[in-house]
Design a protein around this ligand. Sequence first.
Ligand code: PLP
Length: 400
Amino acid sequence: MTFLSATLDRVKPSPTIAVTTKAAELKAAGRDVIGLGAGEPDFDTPQNIKDAGIAAIAAGKTKYTAVDGIQELKQAICDKFKRDNDLIYVPGQVTVGTGGKQVLYNAFMATLNPGDEVIIPAPYWVSYPDMVLLAGGTPVTVEATLDANFKITAAQLEAAITPQTKWFLFNSPSNPTGAGYRWDELKALTDVLLRHPHVWIMTDDMYEHLAYDDFEFCTPAQVEPRLYDRTLTVNGVSKAYAMTGWRIGYAAGPEMLIKAMRKVQSQSTSNPCSISQFAAVEALNGPQDFLAPNNRLFTGRRDLVVDMLNRAPGIVCPKPEGAFYVYPSIAGCIGKTSAAGTLIENDEVFATALLEETGVAVVFGAAFGLSPNFRVSYATSDAALEEACTRIISFCEGLE
Ligand SMILES: Cc1ncc(COP(=O)(O)O)c(C=O)c1O
């Protein structure tokens, strides 16, 4: 009898965290490393939000709270959904967890039985398939290729649905591609879902506020109100408010599902951090005026990275609508040999050679389910991005 659970054999540790760790190790050893692996904004949590956290501590709001969130935060979340997404929810339809990650996990734990399938467009956020596997379900991936701007079509979705499909997992703007579905593109998908009433929709709207140029964010239950009764809309404060460490995520959906998710949370972690919950109330209710300047900054960085990467021989980098990632293809580099003599067989070898030979840390595409690519997080300074892209260009120029 083995000591560790057999379930663990089905999942892998997060490769994005592995890259960040490897880069940190090289840095500690004195190497000049530029990390483009981390999935978090490089700016600080706004002061008003920090102050709300400090005030919560001073007021002694440091005890257990209701399992899935304080009433003030649930109300702020309802107000947010109405304001930003034209979605009407009451606090009983809202759950708050320790990050969007826990909320997604709770939803799978609360609903998946062996044999249940979850449709996941690839490339996907690394945790989706493994969460489904941990919860006993079966991930079914649908490829969103570079030619299709990393978006799946209605026909692809239709073809992936079986009688066992329980969820369609949707993420726009996307981690890792930054691709965002416009209203008509999303409507094509919701039209398919309308024809399959047994399929529920889990939408991960974490990058909602990180949308550039003329791209307007939209979410499934808003685009197709007839899907409201089978949609779980997940969001959080991590990305837009630079609150990754505070660990607050939330979701709204049918009360029956929310109750089941609460049950999972009540027997695992109980409430998310009380102080963070009060800070999140301020994030959602307070001024939102820092979002626009931040987005202008991100737009400039995106353009810089896209322009420079497209100058690297063998790399093709589309310009995405949102988030803070680009997902260039390295099809033109495969089969070549680096200056230090490494044969670039696949994107994992490319990323390792790039880190070892130039000190630039990116995450290889296989981790996200679509190769040969790599993900760049451009949530770092212009100077670092420029230097990193210069090194990537010279690395590619050195391939033979
Ligand atoms: C697409 C996506 N969803 C969810 C999360 C989880 O965010 P958090 O748990 O910090 O709320 C992330 C974080 O990287 C993400 O990229």
